[in-house]
Design a protein around this ligand. Structure first.
Ligand code: GAR
Length: 211
């Protein structure tokens, strides 16, 4: 069971929802969302980009659009669990000071602790590169290929205290080709992610989902 999911308020074009996007790497998903938001007026806008490293390449997508974009590295002056807590407290402070209403994980490769998930539960979404509940975790494409399945895909879900286990909002399938390696499969899945995630975020912010 755990704590309840509290969805974002239904937003409007006049009063758009304030989104933070969290990334770890190249941020192609972030860029797809920013393009979606800049093409026409939406009921959400990205006002903060956070990465778990100062040098995360994807931060440039936010900076190029004058969005506050910062890397917050993991502190390394205490025990692993204390460093993790300190890191998440820094994240929480940034989210609060930017008055964030929805947190979008887009290639964020760290598991968030239950305390911070609880604070955002229902307003914290993730995209995972497989058809959940199949192939959760950090190596979805590798596992899809070694399982020999012919179809994979991507899943947008609300984040709960587990790993890739929260309620599913949307999924799309993608074929696995016999000649695929991890890289080619990842590229094909990402193309679909870049359509599915912005569309699903749009529906969530419009109040189209209920639990
Ligand atoms: C995306 O494929 C996303 O689904 C995946 O990381 C990639 C990030 O790409 N996320 C996970 O695996 C989360 N467990 P990007 O940095 O180019 O957007």
């Amino acid at each position: 069971m755990g704590s309840p999911f509290i969805l974002p308020r239904p937003a409007s074009l006049q009063d758009p929802l304030r989104i933070a996007v969290m990334i770890s790497g190249g941020g192609s998903g972030l860029e797809a969302l920013l393009r979606f938001q800049s093409k026409e007026q939406r009921c959400h806008h990205t006002v903060l980009v956070l990465a778990d490293r100062i040098g995360a390449r994807g931060l440039s997508h936010g900076k190029n659009r004058s969005i506050r974009s910062i890397g917050i590295p993991i502190p390394d002056n205490a025990s692993k669990s204390e460093n993790r807590l300190a890191h998440e407290k820094l994240i929480q402070t940034e989210l609060e000071s930017s008055k964030i209403e929805l947190v979008v994980l887009s290639g964020y490769m760290r598991i968030l602790s239950p305390w911070i998930v609880k604070k955002w539960k229902g307003r914290l979404v993730n995209i995972h590169p497989s058809l959940l509940p199949d192939f959760p975790g950090a190596h979805a494409h590798r596992e899809v290929i070694s399982a020999g399945v012919s179809t994979t895909g991507c899943t947008v879900h609300l984040v709960d205290e587990g790993v890739d286990s929260g309620p599913i909002l949307a999924q799309k399938t993608v074929p696995v080709l016999p000649e695929d390696d991890e890289k080619s499969l990842q590229e094909r899945v990402k193309k679909v992610e870049h359509l599915l995630y912005p569309e699903t975020i749009d529906l969530l912010c419009s109040g189209e989902f209920s639990l």
